[in-house]
Write a protein that binds this ligand. Structure first.
Ligand SMILES: Cc1cc2nc3c(=O)[nH]c(=O)nc-3n(C[C@H](O)[C@H](O)[C@H](O)COP(=O)(O)OP(=O)(O)OC[C@H]3O[C@@H](n4cnc5c(N)ncnc54)[C@H](O)[C@@H]3O)c2cc1C
Length: 608
């Protein structure tokens, strides 16, 4: 068994930042990650990282833009902390050696991004995430932080009191991918989940194949609810054939969207008369799909993003990477031709329910980065706000887990935060199908750290043996079903009948999953085992997204409902929680917190 003070699961931007901070607080910290740190998906981030650095800008403007972007579903304590601390974090990155793009006078460049009232997006060419990862990984190496890379975490070791908020997380179980061996890791002080996004729930996504929602799904089954999962961001500019992202930086630099009639539709069709292409992402994605659905799309599928007028020098200086992506994946030379783009799944606003220190309702269990919901982004994330989020909340959680925070949190979590039961007209029973993967067994038997860890290791060994020994179907058939129904039925435009169809399909996938088996008997680098276990996580995340989407009868941020075409603050100014409940999921709500440090945010009409 391995033993550390703080275990960080995942070594993307959020995990690296959490580990650095926990180590600064004096903790013995280890990173456990299924990919090598610099292969984490943060490396794909292109456009930039927001912070109110300029003397004409201020943190409260950044906070206001974030709250407005969230369509008033963000929690003010998280938003205020974020906007204030993002400035320090970006300067910290600069001091660690991040090669930010600069102006002639040497100051760090900042460009406009969608939904921002001031150009506050700093960047390193169109490879911001790549440089951010490398800059922080250097710090991890320099500090001698232990990294278990290519170790796949499959289960949390949590005690099993009836009330999840009385449980404690004592560690994790991980498979060493090189050998196939199952190991227990004991965490003396805390486990921080930094497992990233869940794009694999959909089949057209900007996310990598490793983004399978492992953190939210593991925490969910251990008793920490998933929050606001219905809010999925669809990015307006992805390449049609692959889902590869064309950064918002292109529009930030002045790129223009055209329909098949060569109309600049964001203005000419009145979708966003002030901000045009730089309206927030939900607005632009809906505009593009409306153009396609009304017959003004190109090849009935996409629109054009044109940057030719920016000139070769500026494009090569600031967006060179985009030229390579368009050429390599779509065969288009962005200097000579417009690029085809359409919306694709990009970011999950929801995640593990945590407070403004990343702490869940389970003692010692934290979540940060895209896996978490603080709630910072509410119903819609602004471009350039995820990278500073990784830094701010990674640092906060690392500090808290290592014992460096004394303040009480303002955001309540767990069943005690419930203000109202949820109702959902589901066409099927939700949750487990005689689930072979229980976390809490008989009440009270897993009271000590040793018992919790031993039981979790044992359960994992049994699961893997079963998968290897039995005959059955391949997990890919199951994952494929989920991805197809989610892309078809739980996309940008949502209708009741489609959402119900998705739930039927997810139930079928759950049933089928009981028959999956792993054919490859080897223990060495057996990726079939990894993908099979990940698919179980994909199913749990898909269900939470769809249940939340069916229950929420309003149109807010990224969540559009055909039958409910307006934001309903009277009834829906609240967060959706979906709890596992030992396999009998429960839906409930808790209020949004709009009282901030400097101001109470008043929900207003969101126009751009
Ligand atoms: C193409 C693209 C471009 C983007 N551009 C921007 C941008 O310009 N600005 C911005 O602000 N945001 C951007 N975003 C969003 C932002 O990059 C992501 O939200 C963010 O990087 C996620 O970071 P993370 O640390 O939470 O997760 P990741 O970087 O995805 O890291 C997850 C880590 O968890 C590990 N892991 C996962 N599951 C397990 C498991 N079961 N066991 C062990 N390890 C596990 C992985 O190995 C990995 O190390 C972009 C996103 C995409 C997809």
């Amino acid at each position: 068994m391995h033993e550390h003070d703080v275990l960080v699961v995942g070594a993307g931007g959020a995990g690296l930042r959490a580990a650095i901070e926990a180590q600064e607080e004096g903790a013995d910290v280890a990173l456990v990650t299924k990919l090598h740190p610099v292969r984490s998906h943060t490396g794909a981030a292109e456009g930039g990282i927001n912070a109110a650095l300029h003397h004409k800008d201020s943190w409260d403007k950044h906070a206001y833009d974030t709250m407005k972007g969230s369509d008033y579903l963000g929690d003010a304590p998280a938003i205020d902390a974020f906007a204030q601390e993002a400035r320090h974090e970006v300067i910290q990155l600069e001091h660690w050696g991040m090669p930010f793009s600069r102006e002639e006078d040497g100051t760090v460049s900042q460009r406009p991004f969608g939904g921002l009232s001031y150009p506050r997006t700093t960047y390193a060419g169109a490879e911001t995430g790549h440089h951010l990862l490398h800059t922080m990984y250097e710090q991890v190496v320099k500090r001698g932080i232990e990294v278990y890379d290519e170790w796949f975490v499959t289960r949390l070791a949590v005690t099993d009191e009836d009330d999840p908020s009385e449980r404690t997380c004592h560690g994790i179980v991980a498979i060493e991918i090189a050998t196939g061996e199952v190991h227990g890791f004991y965490a003396r002080d805390g486990v921080i989940l930094a497992t990233g996004g869940l794009g694999e729930v959909f089949d057209h996504t900007t996310n990598a194949i490793a983004c399978t929602g492992d953190g939210p799904a593991m925490a969910f089954r251990a008793g920490a609810p998933m929050e606001d999962m219905e809010f999925v961001q669809f990015h307006p500019t992805t390449l049609p054939s692959t889902g590869v992202l064309i950064s918002e930086g292109v529009r930030g630099e002045g790129g223009i969207l055209y329909n098949a009639d060569e109309e600049r539709f964001m203005f000419e069709r009145g979708y966003a008369n002030n901000e045009g292409e730089l309206a927030s992402r939900d607005v632009v994605s809906r505009a593009e799909l409306t153009e396609v659905n009304e017959g003004r799309g190109i090849e009935d599928e996409y629109v054009h993003l044109d940057m030719r007028h920016l000139g070769a020098d500026r494009i090569i200086d600031r967006l060179e990477n985009i030229l390579h992506l368009a050429e390599d994946f779509e065969g288009v030379d962005g200097l000579d031709d417009p690029m085809p783009v359409k919306p694709g799944q990009h970011y999950q606003m929801g995640g593990v329910e945590v407070d403004e220190y990343g702490h869940s309702c389970i003692d010692g269990l934290y979540a940060v980065g895209e896996a978490a919901c603080y709630s910072l982004h509410g119903a819609n994330r602004l471009g350039g706000n995820a990278l500073p989020e990784l830094m701010v909340f990674g640092a906060r959680a690392g500090r808290h887990a290592a014992g460096g925070v004394e303040e009480e949190s303002e955001i309540a979590t767990g069943p005690g935060a419930k203000s109202e039961d949820g109702v959902v007209d589901s066409p099927v029973d939700l949750g487990a199908v005689s689930d072979p993967d229980p976390v809490a067994t008989d009440g009270g038997t897993l009271a000590t750290p040793e018992q919790a860890l031993e039981a979790a290791v044992e359960a994992e060994r049994t699961r893997i043996e079963t998968l290897l020994e039995r005959d059955g179907i391949n997990h890919a058939d199951v994952r494929d079903r989920v991805q197809q129904t989610m892309t078809q039925n739980v996309n940008v435009f949502r209708e009741e009948a489609n959402l119900k169809q998705a739930l039927r399909d997810i139930r079928e996938a759950r049933t089928l999953y009981q028959e999956v088996a792993v054919r490859d008997p080897s223990r060495t680098y057996n990726t079939d085992i990894i993908h099979t276990i990940e698919t179980r996580n994909v199913i749990d995340c898909a269900e939470a997204i769809t249940v939340g989407a069916l229950a929420r009868e309003e149109f807010r941020g990224a969540h559009w409902r055909k039958q409910y075409q307006y934001r309903d603050d009277e009834n829906w100014l609240k967060h959706t929680l979906y709890a596992w409940n030992g396999g009998e999921p429960e839906l409930y709500y808790k209020p949004v917190i709009l009282e901030g440090e400097e101001q109470t945010y008043e929900p207003k009409q969101r126009s751009y």
